[in-house]
Design a protein around this ligand. Structure first.
Ligand code: C2E
Ligand code: MG
Ligand code: MG
Ligand code: MG
Length: 276
């Protein structure tokens, strides 16, 4: 009967969400353990200066393969970590790892800045700036070697916004550079450009992927590059995969590119091989 069919639908639906909930709580539990035992890893992806023709920095990207649940991609991991508050632990882990790495490369004479990803939600923690500055001094890392990529996916309430600005200004005064990540897809890309001390704008990969598909897409990307120039801001394009995309971006006057064309995210050794 109809009623039975409906009943079955409901029970199969809840079975699906039960499975999702189960996976989420598994991830939460295993993540706590992984953080405790420092089982997370970080890969680095080169950022290439188009006019200098060389790699000037790398982006740190977290990687996690758990013994029991296998690989958990950042796209699954980060939202769960944000929801549970464990994002701040991931942040601390990546920051410390990046600072140590930056110092090691600096000592080897490799001139590489490291960008780390922080969601604006991590700045809800009123001690965020202090934590970062403590890590810098603890590891002996000069502030100019660390850059912070900020992503925003949701609107923020005014109070949180005011706190974020305060924290960012503190770090800016110490010489930390901020990159606005995923530019063009966020809830408030232009508002953030106006409010926050942003020095580099990172064009989201979706605009780069569709770059060669239409004149409209090219005008859009060129527009973002010219906007950055008029604001005196460095423009970085992410997700660059082809020579054609690189040439077009170079012609627009885009400053930096990042993507599989240069290299996928790789480990420390491979970065050292690429740059030396
Ligand atoms: P994102 O910061 O925008 O990083 C770029 C993502 O695009 C990375 O995915 C990178 O591996 C991928 N990518 C790079 N070049 C190309 C390309 O040419 N083509 C394509 N198709 N993809 C490319 P990943 O590592 O899976 O990270 C996804 C997102 O997770 C990141 O986006 C970032 O928002 C977040 N994330 C990663 N690590 C961390 C972290 O340590 N902390 C926080 N808060 N977020 C992180
Ligand atoms: Mg990023
Ligand atoms: Mg991005
Ligand atoms: Mg992204």
């Amino acid at each position: 009967t109809v009623r039975e069919a409906g009943g079955n639908n409901i029970s199969s639906l809840s079975a699906t969400s039960h499975k999702a909930l189960h996976r989420k709580s598994m991830i939460e539990k295993r993540l706590l353990l992984a953080l405790d035992q420092k089982h997370l890893e970080v890969l680095y992806q080169p950022q290439f200066d188009l006019s200098k023709g060389k790699i000037i920095g790398v982006e740190a990207l977290v990687r996690w393969e758990d013994e029991e649940i296998g690989v958990v991609s950042p796209d699954e991991l980060i939202p769960i970590a944000e929801e549970t508050g464990l994002i701040n632990n991931i942040g601390s882990f990546v920051i410390e790892k990046a600072c140590k790495q930056a110092v090691e490369w600096f000592k080897k004479g490799l001139d590489l800045k490291i960008s780390i990803n922080l969601s604006v939600h991590e700045f809800r923690d009123k001690n965020m700036a202090k934590t970062i500055l403590n890590t810098l001094s603890k590891t002996g890392c000069p502030a100019h070697l660390i850059q912070i990529e900020i992503t925003e996916k949701f609107a923020l309430e005014a109070e949180a916004e005011a706190n974020i600005i305060k924290q960012m200004r503190l770090l800016e005064n110490e010489g930390i550079v901020f990159i606005l990540d995923d530019f063009g897809t966020g809830y408030a890309s232009f508002r953030y450009m106006q409010l926050l001390p942003i020095e580099i704008l990172k064009i989201d990969h979706t605009f780069i992927h569709s770059l060669m598909m239409s004149e409209k897409n090219q005008k859009l990307v060129n527009g973002i590059v010219q906007f950055g120039k008029s604001m005196n801001i460095t423009v970085l394009a992410e997700g660059v995969e082809t020579e054609e995309q690189r040439e077009v971006l170079k012609n627009y006057g885009c400053d930096l590119i990042q993507g599989y064309l240069i290299s996928k995210p790789v480990n420390v050794k491979e970065i050292e091989n690429i740059v030396s």
